[in-house]
Each structure stands twice: as structure tokens, then as C-alpha cells.
Design a protein around this ligand. Sequence first.
Ligand code: HEC
Ligand code: HEC
Length: 390
Amino acid sequence: MRYAKVMLIGWVSITLLLIAALIAIFSAADSTSTRALSAQRAANYVWQLPPGFPVPNVPVDNPMSEAKVKLGRYLFYDPHLSSDSSYSCASCHSPEVAFSDSRPVAIGVTGQKHPRNTQGLTNVAYYTTLTWANPALTSIEQQVLMPMFGETPVEMGMAGHEEAILGYFQRSNVYRQMFADAFPDEPDAINYQSVSMALASFSRTLISGNSPYDRYTFQGDQTALSPSALRGMKLFMSDALACSQCHAGFNFTLDTSYQGAPAVESPFFNIGLYNLDGKGAYPADNTGLAATTHRAEDMGRFRVPSLRNVALTAPYMHDGSLLTLKDVLGFYAAGGRTSPYQSELIKGFTLTDQDEQDLLNFLHSLTDDQFVNDPRFSNPFTITASEESP
Ligand code: HEC
Ligand code: HEC
């Protein structure tokens, strides 16, 4: 009897142990296969990169997939992603002007002005840091939360409407399917983490590398640049003008990273755009890097913007204060507005009228017409409204 009891307890504990072991084995197998599956899906993603372009960095927890890019494209153009269903990412980032907005500074859904100029999203996948001057902001996933939920300034005004907006996606059959396809491992994929991941994935595909400059430099087309644009390129690369020391490399900015590139600290520069008090002050709402570091020497330091498609993204600079490329060249030729924090590379130079025209022609040769008209990046609602629109 005593023996039987001991045996029973023994069996029960052995059975319990076995069950526990089986659960452990199954869940391990399950998470390994899930992980293997996601990795496989990511590995299946095919970047369509222009000749000469490296593979962009992608966060390990948000691998690229066709389904995510597709969802991101819909979300990017969908005005339901705003307080009153009137404003989308594309209200400020419009494809025909290389995903910028032609305004000096951005204007949000309530009419509130942003202190800064809307950035074009050309090749945003290659930036090390995002926005005009924020060294801490290094992922597009994080960045896209700002226009959605930010309140100073209000952009899409979604704060306070979180549930109602998700409710819209939950009620839509098409969106339910797209979220499920994009996040197949998640039972309840309709949430803001998925929204930001999909928007980031779509943003990473906005790659432009088929301008006349690219055809000349990377595709062996000797006739792609006019003699004038070629002279402009020489000036751009010259020591006297020093443009290419900051607007460097294939993406025309030092703030570039990609797979296999060594990690470098992002440089930020003061080009002497303001000196309000004789001591180098910039307007209080746009002090650049100093706004986050609070160091005097960071006053007016901004990220070097890429110059790809720059002829389409007027007006220029972080506050849209220079209206044309001619104004920009005039500004650099004058050596900025001489501020104590200005980079020593901004020292002024003289251009003949021909030099100026050559430089302008070179800057225009960075315009990629195929990019701005690419159907993969266009508004999906206007194209597939009949059968596919949610
Ligand atoms: C009200 C206009 C407006 C809306 C709407 C808007 N943006 Fe922007 N976007 C801006 C401005 C202005 C900046 C620069 C912000 C800064 O420097 O603080 C920017 C910057 C960005 C950047 C960083 C670009 C770079 O070069 O570092 C990304 C990415 C971006 N926006 C994506 C989006 C996405 C995705 C949406 C939709 C969820 C969106 N934006 C909605 C105005 C807007
Ligand atoms: C010291 C580094 C540096 C040098 C040298 C430099 N730039 Fe810039 N450039 C910048 C930075 C930083 C900005 C953004 C400044 C701001 O908004 O306050 C900028 C902005 C621009 C813009 C506006 C882009 C936009 O999207 O608004 C153009 C165009 C431009 N530069 C062209 C040139 C040309 C042409 C030269 C050579 C004559 C040149 N740059 C030399 C750092 C530099």
C-alpha cells in the first residue's frame, strides 16, 4: 500500500515532468520555427537597387517584406491616419516633388506651422540620423510616430484619436488582410507598432538612383551629363567650393550608413545661416543640435541634407528661408552670414555667371524623373480604387 502510494506519486511527478519537458520542447521548436520563418521571409525580400548603390541597413526586429511595404504604402497615402480623416503623410510628403511639400515650413492638419521645412524622403533609408538635427533619432520606426502623435506642433493630430483610428482599420476587410499578411506571426496585428513598422518599410523603398548623374557615374552613359553639368560637377567637387566635403558620397551627405559601412558618428554643421545677436544666435525655435545638447558650440548645427532631387524640393534649408537654388549658391558664395560657430569649410568664393549656370545644371542633373513617377511609390487609392481600396 505504502509502496503503491510512493509509486503513484512517483508516476505523477514523472508524468508532470514529461509534460513540462514536452511543453518546453514544443515552445522552443515553435519559436525557432517562427524565427526561422521570419528570417526566411526577410531573406526572400529582393531590394531593387540602382547600380552602384549599397544595401540599406534595416533594423533586425523589422525585416523588409513585400507585404509590409504594401501595407506601408496604403497607410502613407491614407487620410484616415489623422484627427479628422483629412491628412496623410503624403499631404506633406508628395511624390511629384520628391516627397516634400513646396512650403517654406510644414503645415499640420489644424493649420499649425511646424518650425521646420518638410524633408524630401529620397533615399531616407541611408541616413544615419533622422530629421534636421536630432542625433538621438536613428530609426524611421521611431521617427514616424512624431507626425502621427506629436502635439508640438500638431501634424496629423492623432493623439486622443488612437482607438477610433485603429477601429477604422479593424472594420476594413482589406486592411485586416493586409495587416495579417504583413505580420503573420501576430494574432492581433492591427496596432501602432505594426503601423510604424510598415510605414518605415515603405519609406525605406523610396530609393532614387537613376538621375542623369547616376547614368553618367554608375551606368557608363558618357552622354548623360551636358558639358555644362560636367563643369558644374567639377566645381562642386573642388576644394575652393568644398560642397562635396559635406554633401559627400553617392547620397550627397556625410550622414550616410548602409550594410557593411563602418559606423561613424554623424556630423552636424553650422553653415552660417543666422547670426542674430553678433554672437551666432539662431532663431529660438530652430537652434539645431543645441536644442538637444544645450551646448553653445552646437548652435545652428544641422544634418547635411542629401542633394538628390534637390531641384524639386524648394524652398531650401531647415526653415525654407532660401527660395531657389540660385539663392543657395549666392548664400554660399558670400561665405554665409559669418557666425562664430560657422564651419570653416564655408568661406565664400567667386562665381562667374557661367560657373553659376554650370553648378545649377549639375544640381538639376540629380533629378530622377523615374523616381518621382514610379508606380510602386504612387498613391494606391487612385490607381486601384475600384477593386482594392479598403
Ligand atoms: C505636417 C507635415 C508632415 C506630415 C503630415 C508628415 N511629415 Fe514627415 N516630416 C515633416 C517635417 C517638417 C520633417 C522634418 C522634421 C524635423 O526636422 O523636425 C519630416 C521628416 C520626416 C522623416 C525624416 C526624413 C529625414 O530626412 O530624416 C520621415 C522618414 C518622415 N518625415 C516620414 C513621414 C511619414 C511616414 C509620415 C506619415 C505618418 C509623415 N512623415 C507625415 C513633415 C510632415
Ligand atoms: C560644412 C558642410 C557643408 C558645405 C561645405 C556645404 N554644405 Fe550645403 N548644406 C549643409 C548643411 C548642414 C545644410 C543644412 C543647413 C540648414 O538647414 O541650416 C546644407 C544645405 C544645403 C542645401 C539645401 C538643401 C535642402 O534640402 O534644403 C543645398 C542646395 C546645398 N546645401 C548645396 C550646397 C552647395 C552647392 C555647396 C557648395 C557651394 C554646399 N552645399 C556646401 C552643409 C554643407
